[in-house]
Ligand binder design. Structure first.
Ligand SMILES: [Zn+2]
Ligand SMILES: [Zn+2]
Length: 354
């Protein structure tokens, strides 16, 4: 267990917001370097006087737990995927297992960790629009909801971590934070209003709105595609194996890996940084969730695309970001903790070049 506790230094970072209760710019999109203005800074919601509207984190977990607020869509989707897993033992094939492993990495690491989380939620790097849509599309295939809903819920989590309004805090129950929070709508009955508040950047983006509509069709097409390929190459038995292992079981394993970040990484593990929330670094979660288990590091420095901060905190998703950077597909990757560190690095690089 590490005993090194560091306090995140925020004083000089122009991207930090004042109030932890508001959708802080640190967690918010496209704020980039406010000094150079090279990326658009989303505006806080304002009232008639032009003052920023306070965000009270409504609805709270307690307010959401109503029968008429149940999300039957989510319950049906998640329930069917879990029921499908019951058929895994009798449909095993090696092809099914390798399909599961490949799609687990593709949708979990590239789709959710890199695409939905580090790129779309926290804008930890810049990239071409087509790359954003590609990763948004791959993320959709993880079956965790459209980019709009996922990013909105996660930004709200950062703005209210382990306080009232956090969509999935273990303070409301360990199982609630792991899965049951998904049974109820996270908005107040007006999804559009909720999305406009938390993801104004994605709502303005036509490509993201299309991905939102395509969530279910794309997932159904993947399931049908796996079944069809299996049928073409090995008849009904391979078809059911690819569908159950590559679709249902893979989906459920990726879901629980992501959910462990919300539950276990806010309960068990160590802290590198003193944060106001209960986030922890949990190495088991880091393995299953491709580096996302270094969650205390992430809460301390949300925009930093690199989640492993010590040499032994292996972060598989970060390896992929390094590769994408080498290929020129992403740039301006946030691998620094604050603006002062960024300036020091730039000065050191300039010295080297001179
Ligand atoms: Zn968290
Ligand atoms: Zn995050």
């Amino acid at each position: 267990m590490s005993t090194v506790i560091d306090s995140p230094t925020r004083e000089s970072d122009p991207t930090k917001a004042d109030s932890p209760k508001s959708p802080s710019l640190d967690q918010h999109p496209n704020h980039g370097d406010a000094k150079t203005g090279d990326v658009a800074i989303p505006q806080m919601e304002t009232d008639a006087t032009g003052m920023a509207k306070p965000d009270h984190g409504k609805p709270t977990a307690q307010e959401r737990r109503r029968r008429d607020n149940l999300s039957l869509y989510a319950l049906g989707w998640l329930g069917l995927a879990h029921i499908g897993c019951l058929f895994a033992p009798m449909t095993f094939t090696w092809a099914g297992l390798f399909t599961l492993i490949g799609l687990h990495w593709l949708t979990g690491s590239l789709g959710i960790c890199l695409g939905y989380h580090r790129l779309l939620t926290h804008t930890g790097m810049k990239t071409h629009n087509w790359v954003r849509y590609l990763f948004g599309g791959i993320g959709s295939l993880a079956g965790e909801g459209s980019p709009l809903d996922w990013v909105a819920d996660h930004r709200k989590h950062h703005a209210h971590s382990d306080q009232e309004g956090d969509p999935h805090s273990p303070h409301d129950g360990g199982w609630w934070s792991h899965v049951f929070w998904l049974a109820f709508h996270t908005h107040d009955g007006d999804r559009k209003d909720y999305l406009n508040h938390w993801v104004p950047d994605l709502m303005r983006d036509r490509g993201m709105r299309i991905l939102d509509k395509m969530f279910l069709p794309m997932n159904l097409a993947l399931g049908a595609g796996l079944f069809g390929i299996g049928y073409a190459f090995g008849g009904l038995s391979l078809a059911t194996s690819l569908f159950i292992w590559g679709f249902c079981l893979r989906l459920v394993l990726v879901l629980h890996a992501t959910w462990l970040v919300n539950s276990a990484s806010h309960i068990w593990g160590y802290k590198n940084y003193e944060t106001a929330d209960d986030s922890r670094n949990n190495w088991i979660v880091a393995i299953f969730a491709y580096g996302e288990g270094w969650h205390n590091n992430h809460h301390a420095y949300p925009r930093m695309a690199k989640h492993g901060h010590k040499w032994w905190e292996f972060d598989m998703t970060w390896m992929m970001i390094v590769l994408l950077k080498k290929l020129g597909l992403v740039w301006d990757v946030v691998d620094y903790k604050n603006a002062a560190e960024k300036r020091a690095r730039a000065a050191a690089q300039a010295d080297k070049a001179a």
